[in-house]
Design a protein. Structure first.
Length: 373
């Protein structure tokens, strides 16, 4: 069914679209003449194109992942020191380790995990090496072609146990990006730093939900979070999926990762374990200035058909703090450096059916009300 809208132009949300690009998302790239290290078998590629996601086991050497864990420890340590100095937490909780410390901090200062999520904006050397890993770029090249850029939408996710704000509702990633991304293939790699299981809230997908090539109507914001969400009946209606049949969990062990595209619906379940489910999501795109992010931040060139040894300009990429620009875009004013609300342009893309502390800044923006007609 197409969008039915009694007041046609005044109430169509900027994110809504009836366009469909199945040819972009269902294209099976031909097998490479010579397979490079890290590339997938043609069977895996076909599976990925058919399902919209693929679990890839045993891909990384531990030595490629451990340095990123060290970075995570440093980020948590910095945050702990600052919160402690500001009198917001009772202890530094130094003995708690990578998978428990932030949970303990979060108990003293609820929302510390959001502060950390917002702060992780600089791509450190350890993550640069992972993101631009030779084998991963070979794989990205296999799917995107010889020109590969890193996409500016990436995240470090501290999914602390039993926490609403890191339990991500159903969505298509394109819903967080501008409409240009609806017709552009963005390749995501979701990499966990421990075994991701159904117990600790691994990803779940609506298998094949990308095949219509459409982006369904999302709503904002889910519960006490800053996330957009996709209703089940809207997915069935617009994307032609059957939720009773197509929902699958995507557990993956440490050392593996999950590959997916930007329109396959996915989310994650509650973390019922006692450990933090740390993960990063990294993305690649074809060249293009800043599509997907309202012009706020450009992608970074990683591979070129004309230059075999691209110097990846991480300095320029790191100069731009996406969190700050996203806040400015919706005129959000932060209380202080420990502010636990998060905002972004997606809040202006979709109808706000549920207001909460994250949407308050957007609500007060007169331009937003004008936009809503
Ligand atoms: O890590 C999660 O729980 C959700 C990840 C996600 O939605 C993404 O990487 O696009
Ligand atoms: Fe996502």
């Amino acid at each position: 069914m197409e969008i039915t809208n009694p007041k046609q132009d005044s109430k169509v949300w900027p994110g809504e679209s009836n366009e469909a690009f199945p040819e972009v998302f269902c294209h099976v790239p031909p097998p490479p003449k010579t397979k490079k290290p890290g590339q997938l078998s043609q069977e895996q590629i076909k599976q990925f194109v058919q399902d919209g996601y693929l679990i890839i086991d045993d891909y990384f050497d531990k030595s490629e992942l451990e340095p990123v864990k060290d970075w995570i420890d440093d980020l948590v340590d910095d945050l702990a020191e600052q919160l402690f100095k500001a009198g917001k937490i009772k202890d530094l909780y130094k003995d708690f380790g990578t998978f428990k410390r932030l949970t303990r901090i979060d108990q003293d200062y609820p929302g510390a995990n959001i502060v950390l999520l917002k702060r992780a904006q600089q791509v450190p050397k350890s993550l640069q090496s992972l993101w631009a890993n030779e084998r991963l770029l070979n794989l990205a090249e296999q799917i995107l072609g010889p020109e590969v850029w890193g996409n500016p939408v990436w995240n470090l996710r501290p999914k602390v146990p039993r926490d609403e704000v890191t339990t991500v509702p159903w969505h298509q990633d394109a819903a967080y990006m501008d409409n240009e991304s609806y017709s552009q293939f963005v390749l995501s790699a979701w990499i966990p730093f421990l075994d991701a299981t159904e117990e600790n809230g691994c990803l779940k997908f609506v298998k094949g939900g990308h095949r219509s090539g459409k982006v369904a109507k999302h709503q904002c914001c889910h519960g006490d979070t800053f996330y957009v969400r996709l209703e089940k009946d809207e997915m069935e209606r617009k994307l032609g999926v059957d939720m009773a049949r197509d929902v699958v969990a995507a557990p993956v062990k440490y050392g593996g990762f999950v590959l997916f595209n930007n329109i396959v619906p996915h989310g994650s379940t509650v973390n019922f374990s006692s450990d933090i489910r740390w993960s990063v999501d990294l993305r690649w795109q074809k060249p293009g200035s800043s599509f997907g992010l309202w012009g706020l931040k450009k992608g970074v060139e990683m591979r070129s058909s004309t230059n075999p040894s691209v110097h990846i300009d991480w300095d320029t990429f790191n100069e731009i703090d996406r969190t700050t620009l996203q806040e400015q875009y919706v005129n959000a004013i932060m209380e202080d450096e420990f502010d636990t609300t998060l905002h972004g342009p997606w809040m202006k893309q979709w109808e706000i059916v549920h207001h909460n502390r994250h949407t308050a800044a957007v609500r007060d923006d007169p331009a937003f009300w004008q936009l809503r007609g």
